[in-house]
Design a protein around this ligand. Structure first.
Ligand SMILES: Cc1cc2nc3c(=O)[nH]c(=O)nc-3n(C[C@H](O)[C@H](O)[C@H](O)COP(=O)(O)OP(=O)(O)OC[C@H]3O[C@@H](n4cnc5c(N)ncnc54)[C@H](O)[C@@H]3O)c2cc1C
Length: 403
């Protein structure tokens, strides 16, 4: 007799949702992913750069039919370097340098495509916006109401498990925690990707490579007075930069932490960059097309990650500041642990599996969220005391407990 398969409905088709689609399929579940975006973001230059630790790279590879592709779309980040910028003399001085960093840098859209293309496309309903859900009294089934964006019809889908992978502003989390609020960090991040393909010998590129000789293998942090920036290379001749700026909380419109920016705001950012950063970095920021602004939030750790047969993963479970390069790594680990716990307990013992997932992941991400917060505050000059500057001090750095 074949065992009954559980059916999981995953809301959110970004990194956490795709990772759960892999891990739950491997655990023997049927999976359906609902995503409000109308199509997969494969060919669009959505998002920017991220760093993957060695444990997470191993997990991703275990999900892929062609694991070597992960190495092909990433560049090594074998050095983690913090340096201080003297804004008056326009020079830098190294503070810390870790040459055994062992991360790899990827373009968000490339990781997304890699995970997506290794799954059957029938598993996805694009252009489906999650609206609400009802749980059966015995918590064994869940009915999800979803809006088909193209036709504006509402459709009901039934499953045994609802996975909330709907990001840091999760509406599923809101049904259990109606008073929940994100915590504004005190700063926003300007971000940009400088594309130098075809311009390898330009003055900007020659200048920047002289100032940052380890580009292509180094994660650079530049520390200024009450500000800091992050700089590293991605494949296909792209340079990724992030610059954190202390400011009052902006008034966010809509359901996104990325703000629309005016040309006036961009011009001001360019002028400010010239007063703080060395000329080559300021020039690169100025020559970057379409920079964008992220408002940086996190939240104190939640007390639980599941209610009945509804479970949170990724940014929905633990919004975090980006200073420990964690959110993508956390999402992959959540999915891996969730899959293994459900496989071990079987769909008939779902609550045991969810309890184990929560027991393993909650304390780990709680420490990591607090650590990333402290690291950000120290680098932004908001706290004097707190932590060392190196990434390696992150709790569970590339060795989070598995099942
Ligand atoms: C387009 C995009 C680009 C990004 N680029 C970067 C990057 O360059 N670098 C980086 O470090 N991080 C980036 N991130 C964030 C990164 O993916 C996350 O911080 C992290 O990986 C955790 O992912 P997540 O899946 O939990 O959340 P998210 O990536 O925020 O994904 C949540 C998903 O849920 C979907 N969703 C939300 N509400 C609903 C609903 N009601 N119905 C259906 N679907 C819903 C959203 O459309 C989204 O696809 C990006 C995220 C997105 C969505």
């Amino acid at each position: 007799m074949e065992k009954k398969k559980g059916k999981a409905i995953v809301v959110g088709g970004s990194i956490a949702g795709l990772s759960c689609a892999h891990s739950l399929t491997l655990a023997g579940w049927d999976v359906l992913v609902l995503e409000k975006s109308s199509e997969p973001p494969t060919r669009s230059p959505t998002g920017a750069g991220l760093g993957l630790d060695s444990q997470v790279r191993q997990i991703i590879k275990s999900w892929l039919p062609h694991p070597h592709l992960l190495d092909e779309i990433t560049l090594p980040l074998s050095i983690d370097q913090n340096q201080v910028t003297d804004s008056e003399k326009k020079g830098t001085r190294i503070l810390t340098r870790d040459e055994n960093f062992d991360f790899r840098a990827a373009y968000w859209a490339d990781i997304h495509s890699l995970l997506y293309n290794a799954l059957p496309q029938t598993m996805f309903l694009w252009g489906h916006k999650f609206l609400s859900f009802t749980m059966s009294q015995d918590e064994s089934t869940v009915k999800v109401q979803t809006l088909v964006m193209e036709t504006q019809e509402t459709v009901e889908i039934q499953g045994d498990l609802l996975v909330a992978a709907d990001g840091c502003l999760s509406s599923i989390r809101k049904t259990f925690l109606p008073d929940f609020k994100l915590r504004y960090s005190g700063y926003c991040a300007w971000r940009g990707i400088f594309d130098f393909s075809g311009n390898e010998k330009s003055e900007t590129v020659t200048g920047i490579k002289k100032e940052y000789p380890d580009l292509g293998k180094c994660l650079y942090f530049d520390l200024g007075e009450k500000t800091h920036s992050v700089f590293y290379e991605l494949i296909n001749k792209k340079l990724n930069w992030i610059w954190y700026v202390n400011q009052p909380e902006p008034d966010l419109k809509g359901n996104s932490v990325t703000m629309k920016v005016s040309q006036g705001m961009i011009n001001e950012m360019h002028q400010e960059a010239e007063t703080i950063w060395i000329p080559d970095l300021a020039r690169l920021m100025k020559e970057t097309n379409d920079p964008f602004l992220n408002v940086i939030y996190d939240c104190d750790p939640l007390e639980q990650f599941f209610w009945g047969n509804v479970v949170l993963v990724g940014d929905a479970a633990h919004p975090t500041t980006p200073h420990g390069l964690r959110s993508t790594n956390m999402s992959v680990l959540d999915a891996e642990v969730l899959g293994k716990c459900l496989e071990k307990c079987g769909p008939e013992n779902l609550s045991l599996g969810l309890e184990e997932y929560q027991r393993i992941r909650l304390p780990v991400v709680a420490e990591q969220v607090f650590y990333a917060r402290r690291l950000g505050r120290v680098k932004q000059g908001l706290d004097r005391d707190g932590t060392g500057l190196e990434q390696r001090n992150m709790p569970f750095f590339s060795s989070a407990p598995l099942v």
